[in-house]
Design a binder for this molecule. Sequence first.
Ligand code: G1P
Ligand code: ZN
Length: 543
Amino acid sequence: MAVNVISASPIDGQVPGTSGLRKKTAAFMRPGYLENFVQSVFDAIGGAEGKTFVVGGDGRFFNTEAIQTILKMAAANGAVKVIVGQNGILSTPAASHLIRLNKTDGGLILSASHNPGGINQDFGLKFNTANGGPAPESVTHEIIRCTAAISQYRIEQSADIDLSAIATLTCGDMLVSIVDPVSDYQDLMQNIFDFDKIRALFASGFTVQFDAMHAVTGPYAHAVLEDCLGAKPGSVVNGVPLPDFGGGHPDPNPVWAKQLMDVMMDEAAPDFGAASDGDGDRNMIVGRGAYVTPSDSLAVLAANATLVPAYAQGLAGVARSMPTSAACDRVADKLGIECFVTPTGWKFFGNLMDAGRTTMCGEESAGTGSDHVREKDGLWAVLMWLNIIAERRLSVDEIMADHWAKYGRNFYSRLDFEAVNAVAANDLMLMLRDSADALTGQQFAGLTVTKAQDYAYTDPIDQSISEHQGIQVWFEGGARAVLRLSGTGTEGATLRIYLEQYAPDAADHGRETQLVLNPVRLAILEIAEVEKRLGRTEPDVTT
Ligand code: G1P
Ligand code: ZN
């Protein structure tokens, strides 16, 4: 068999964002586009010669075609072995686990996460390093440099590999090991949780609905929740992964997982509801009549972690992204452990976990996870809740009420202004950067700013600096607003505004979130001149 060396030149729009390269599927399918990026990844890590990788994706349209290209390119670049999920399927956390378990040099994960899939929707590719986590900025910057310098790519001239059966095959001189996507991940879960306790919970009549949103977690949830833990058949809904996710938007939040929300807000709701996203790293938790914000979920999991066998000795520390609410900071304070605040994106947690400084991490965007892998993990979060409920035998809303009584409540909401003019959105952020210092002491919509800041982060482990990671504005009375531009969108720009209000008194805990947040919402819309600059008054999505 022969290696083809094909001349290539830089292609516009190959700059990875918050989590890898995400583009319209059609852009990825353009001749040379995927190939250029894959070659740049190999070049950026010093070549693929002698290396091993994990490859898999969330099953969206173009998943298997892209995997065939990646396999042939890995072979042509001298990789010795690639581990692939059967039929090209691997959830992001399962891929992270396989990288660590098999001590590979990294992995290529094909997904655009919670973005819709299909020929007219989105596709994505990200590179994870040998620790199992998303490539840090040092690596992504090198990838960007290589995409701009590329002159050729290498690809094996061979037939497609049959990914449909578990087997070890070859592509050129490279081994291709096709593995069951679920079994190693399931073993890992079994080692973390008290499966017997959770089995007893289900055996006692506890009911659950898990919405896999026609995305990658279907097979994982069927195997773990129904087949292994005894949740009754049918507990997993939309459990068959489809290339276009059934036309849905596989983002587990009250807007996109409305079907589940409707079920859970009904009187006849099951005891517990949960959903996961396209690639299985996000989660939504909802009790009967009680939606749990991701920020609160992180705080509850941290506060109750010692009820779960893997964390019985306590947590080394916790970490949250900057826009995530401060609910977990209060828990860390009480536990006497460190709480790290990092920029948006899971990659910033990697160093902290590798150094043993933090055990559990979370983001407001429905991401929660621990150091069992180096990605957020949707099903893990669900099992955390189930294990805690199995121990405490309280309902979700009882757990929340108890938590707020102890720590106070951080009301929280995020407003997304999607597909806005990118130039105007960038100008808005520049204006805020420039004026941040001068905001202190000024009043907007009746609220006085106590501090404003253009957020920059110095990694405590490697001292690397990440600047301009969002604007934070604090107000009198315990409110905060954060503004940043999304790094995962594929159309124009998306402005995210995050609102938070701390309420220490139990008398306030039952209030309606948007009412509580209205003053800070009005103040930040005025500060950012959203209507004047973006021509928008209402967000597209409020979560
Ligand atoms: C979004 C989330 C962020 C998450 C990322 C990948 O990024 O806000 O927390 O890490 O997706 O799942 P954004 O579009 O805001 O850059
Ligand atoms: Zn995801």
